[in-house]
Design a protein around this ligand. Sequence first.
Ligand code: ADP
Ligand code: MG
Ligand code: MG
Length: 902
Amino acid sequence: MPQYVYRFSEGSKEQKDLLGGKGANLAEMTKIGLPVPPGFTITTEACRAYMRDGHVPPELRVELTMALREIEDAMGRRLGDFHDPLLVSVRSGAKFSMPGMMETVLNVGLNDASVKGLAEFSGDERFAWDSYRRLIQMFGKTVLGVDGDLFAHALDAKKAEAGAETDVDLGAEDLKDLVETFKGIVREQCGREFPQHPREQLDMAVEAVFDSWNTERARLYRRRERIPNDLGTAVNIVTMVFGNLGETSGTGVAFTRDPSTGHSGVYGDYLPNAQGEDVVAGIRNTLPLAELERLDATSYRELLQAMRRLETHYRDLCDIEFTIERGKLWLLQTRVGKRTAAAAFRVATQLVDEHLITMDEAIGRCTGAQLNQLLFPQFDAAAERTLLTKAMAASPGAAVGEIVLDNAQALARTAAGADVILVRRETNPDDLQGMIVAAGVLTARGGKTSHAAVVARGMGKCAVVGAEELDVDRAGEQVRINGTVLRPGDVIALDGSTGEVFRGAVPVSDSPVMRYIAEGLDAGLAAAQDEATRELVHAVDRILTHADEVRRMAVRANADTAEDAHRARERGAQGIGLCRTEHQFLGERRTYVERVVLAEDDAERDAALADLLPLQRQDFTELLSAMDGLPTTIRLIDPPLHEFLPDLTDLSVRVALAEARGEVDERDVALLAAVRRMHEANPMLGLRGVRLGLKVPGLFALQIRAVAEAMVARRRDGGDPRPEIMVPLVGSVRELQIVREEAEEILAEVGRDAGMTLDVPIGCMVELPRAALTAHRIAEEADFFSFGTNDLTQTTWGFSRDDVEGAFFADYLENGVLTISPFETLDADGVGALVVAGVTGGRATKPEMHMGVCGEHGGDPESIHFFHGAGLDYVSCSPFRVPIARLEAGRAAVMAGEDSTA
Ligand code: ADP
Ligand code: MG
Ligand code: MG
């Protein structure tokens, strides 16, 4: 039989699952002797039983009666008694805080009789009636479902009638009237009287808190925050203490240290003669907490002591809610305080310096996502700006530029030296060129997983998407936002961290943290404009250095060119995990591939390939020189052949028009025949990767020879080249074996000619379910594995990314099939299981086999923790994400074994 009710004296902060965050922390504070009003917590398990059965479990009623009796006995008061009544608050509190989602009812137990008892006990009639009207108002709204405005309007009317400026100016008689009015509203709206029986009030309030878990609002919030729907909420029943008993009472909120700098000090707000939410509701102006010293020095000192106690106990910045009732301090809530990204780093290192936590714990408290936010250029906060609209912040950063509406405009304006912002209704793969040159991307449609969002994040480019008020009139060459008409050439500014869009230029400053990462500590410190920022740079340096020391996984970068490779190295990459060679065949070099495909015989094809050789050798020599001394994984050509050939429709039209004119271009005709022959219904699953390599003789051989010759060239120049050859899209060990045999021959031959031994590891991508499932066989021919989790996700789900993201991902996120795009965070249950199978299989054959991941997931924090757990040796991600991966790999190492959701 589960225990549904826990006294505060029974629980602890570790029991957030069962008691919710608020309940667990109330119990913890009680345990360490801080002044918490007596109370108890109804467990999340009771809530789950309620949701399952449709009614409150009968045992709960019994346990609740017993727990309530204990409080009543301890206090010597009875709930809702007509003489000196006990009153309680009924407070929701789930495992994860869901601000503003669920409600709290104060003053439960007041009725027509006990209001008099409260007046008598407090000697303050005004206070008693004010508490009663608050109960009817809160209870009416949150438990009985009455429209809150009806009460608010009645309150305003009463104030007007009494000539009262604020609530406090209403007298006891006014409030008595108001109670009658409020009761009338309840009668009218619910067809019943306001419940007078205290226990009925309590039971109804508990059920209302349970019900609030499943409101539309709460469900929507959870979906966005990826909080599971089946956790349920706990309910806390807490003896009421009163901050509204005159000038010696009050209520407030406080932080145990400055939430932005991390420095210790007194931070908070205090409101004399007020109850509960008056502080945050902004009804009256609050006082800075330090003023409390003047008002009530004893309580103030006691509060500071309690805050120190909490901080040393939780060993973190805490925020608290407190109330002072006639000079007696009560703590009503605490939790580890939320903080900005910059504060996370500062607070963590401050706590280390104060010997409260270790460096291991410090890196546990600074996330890659927070580091990411610190890397982007930012708008100067002080600058003036005109807001046009606010939409979804899809990819962080700050971008200023001229509006362009398509690729052609984007290319033309950037060629002329302008910064541009690509503004589209939505983007698709055709817009890639424009996105590459643009400083930022703005779309009218699409969400966080839309093409624009995903691609921009991949490129580390600022993007704001789904701007509903934006109307892109392509034909009319203009865009309209909230009545403002803008044309190509007009300047706008995007804040990818907030989703704001501004008119005109807003001054942007480089991130000093980014300067530090790219150029070292001195440069970062020099770029910082104030002491707080210098402290931040120091803090990031300490955290990142420690992460580098403790992490097991190496961090490599995905880089295709020497330029990318330099950038990756600057940011701390320890090698290249993926060089996509297909990029070296596109652009002007496309015609060479055409020639290979069109070749009528071996000689013709060999000639075409021979022309490519020096170009490839040059590419690899540059890359290996940039990555001197570090492993450089070069992937043999991968994409479908059609990407190198002209578009079927374009070419058909060209040939048809030429024929109509009677002029036939033999080359075009041959090309068309080849394109027709190669045409695939689903290129993603067609002739690509190793399949293409086996089908077109000489193609892989050319690349392998180029790698070998580049290696020789680098060695002759005194370099230390460390290439690794990677075969894509392998599904069967035999595929790899064929390529391997050929590669070994070429390496031996080039080596022999140069008088050197060329040791080049040969491995493969694991990106097909079959490869993962037969990894033990494939390992026989592979020196290493690299999990290509993008394709592995596509082939495991049977999704073609470009097709599904725009088509139905939004629906899938909406209806909860997906909680996040599996292309962003690894689908641990499905794709992750295949990764584990691949690791296990590979190491069964070769226990020491080196393994990494080179999908975009290599830069995603949650996925990195998964890869650490799976036993991979490295992650490889885009150069921009390297610092994030370094931090997260360090965090994964120190947090492994702990509950990573804690
Ligand atoms: P939230 O989760 O929205 O902060 P809370 O349950 O903390 O809601 O309660 C809302 C307000 O009522 C807070 O200001 C809290 O301090 C106050 N409050 C809650 N319980 C009591 C109580 N027993 N006595 C006095 N004030 C209370
Ligand atoms: Mg609270
Ligand atoms: Mg792939």
